[in-house]
Design a protein around this ligand. Structure first.
Ligand SMILES: *Cc1c(COP(=O)(O)O)cnc(C)c1O
Length: 355
């Protein structure tokens, strides 16, 4: 039986997507050729790219609103640099909510002035700062919607007149938001969309073209937009699997439908953390992520027993990140409610055993 996969990334994908992807690796579209051995300029692959791009825009509710989607390479980590390259003229504002925000800030500093509007570093990033102000003369404001490592998630995005740029790597397509509030959204595929190797970038085209520096072609969003995300050979397999996952999500009823399922999983696990005296949550209650649930044992003496229980129940990937310790249950779109229930049962088992 397939494991209950709580891996933080790369992570669980829908079983039917994996099946279709594996078939396409052998024989794609009945061509008697593999998806990964045909030209990316062939009609069959161009259709995949166009379909993936338009599904992303459609699922986010951004059709006809001036947005385009790209599937680039270099991970979300390269977007930390591409964003300032394309948008930072004098000064950018950043909210620091964790490891990934900090890395984005480091890259932006290479190219200009960065104002850190607030940080939760003082409490090992276990909360989302609020009540900060964004300088009106900033070229853009950057934030991380979901902090994969610490298990916090922004629930209310600030109102601002500067373009809103967001790293949504670990919660894109998981909950309904007014995505038209954002000027640029990026997300590495491997958290909620597909295999590692491609990054979705959704851009409102009118925010581009405002910096004076010359931009190397591969780092220039305009170059990629002009070439319909095919400036160079795209990550064909990663784009194809992302397309299948987006199609799966659309067939399921889109973000509105998956959001309900994600909320159900999150409340199952958080309720158990709050109820069970053997566990405590890491993130501040109002900022808890519905994607990555971080928690600890109240008594480390139970570690061996708990680890044996969840491993025995067929759970994979529950160990916390080294900067937080304890446990992290990553419950991306493709994780079933059933898997979340199995985790809750093992927590209850532990209580019966030692409680
Ligand atoms: C995983 C992750 C990244 C890094 O992504 P790469 O594709 O490995 O560069 C950046 N931001 C967030 C929020 C992440 O979860």
């Amino acid at each position: 039986m397939k494991k209950h996969n709580f891996s933080a990334g790369p992570c669980v994908l829908p079983q039917e997507v994996l099946k279709k992807a594996s078939e396409a690796v052998i024989n794609f579209n009945g061509l008697d050729l593999s998806l990964i051995e045909i030209s990316h300029r062939s009609k069959d692959f161009i259709d995949v790219m166009e379909n993936a791009r338009s599904l992303a825009i459609e699922l986010l509710g951004l059709e006809g609103k001036g947005y385009k989607a790209l599937f680039l390479q270099g991970g979300a980590s390269l977007e930390f640099l591409m964003v300032p390259y394309n948008l930072l003229e004098k000064k950018a504002a950043y909210l620091n909510t964790g490891t990934w925000s900090s890395k984005a800030i480091k890259e932006a500093k290479v190219l200009g002035e960065v104002v850190e509007v607030a940080s939760s570093k003082d409490a090992n990033f276990n909360y989302i700062p609020k009540g900060y102000s964004i300088p009106a003369d900033a070229d853009y404001f950057h934030c991380t919607s979901n902090n994969t490592i610490f298990g916090t998630q922004i629930k209310d995005f600030p109102e601002t007149n500067v373009p809103l740029v967001c790293d949504m790597s670990s919660d894109i397509f998981s909950r309904q938001l007014d995505f038209s509030k954002f000027g640029l959204i990026y997300a590495g595929a491997q958290k909620n969309m597909g295999p590692a190797g491609t990054t979705l970038v959704v851009i409102k085209e009118d925010i581009l073209g405002k910096v004076s520096r010359s931009i190397p072609s591969m780092l220039d969003y305009k170059v990629h937009l002009d070439k319909d995300s095919m400036f160079n050979t795209p990550a064909v397999f990663a784009v194809y699997v992302s397309m299948l996952t987006l199609q799966w999500l659309k067939d399921l009823g889109g973000i509105a439908a998956i959001e309900k399922i994600n909320e159900e999983k999150a409340s199952l696990v958080y309720n158990e953390i709050d109820r069970n005296p053997l566990f405590k949550g890491f993130a501040a209650t109002e900022d808890r992520s519905s994607m990555n649930v971080t928690f600890n044992l109240t008594d480390e003496a139970h570690k061996e027993a708990f680890d044996a229980l969840w491993k025995g129940a067929g759970i994979n990937g529950l160990n916390g990140h080294r900067s937080v310790g304890g446990y992290r249950a990553s419950m991306y779109n493709a994780l079933s409610v059933e898997s979340a229930k199995v985790l809750v049962e093992t927590m209850q088992e532990l209580e019966k055993k030692v409680g």
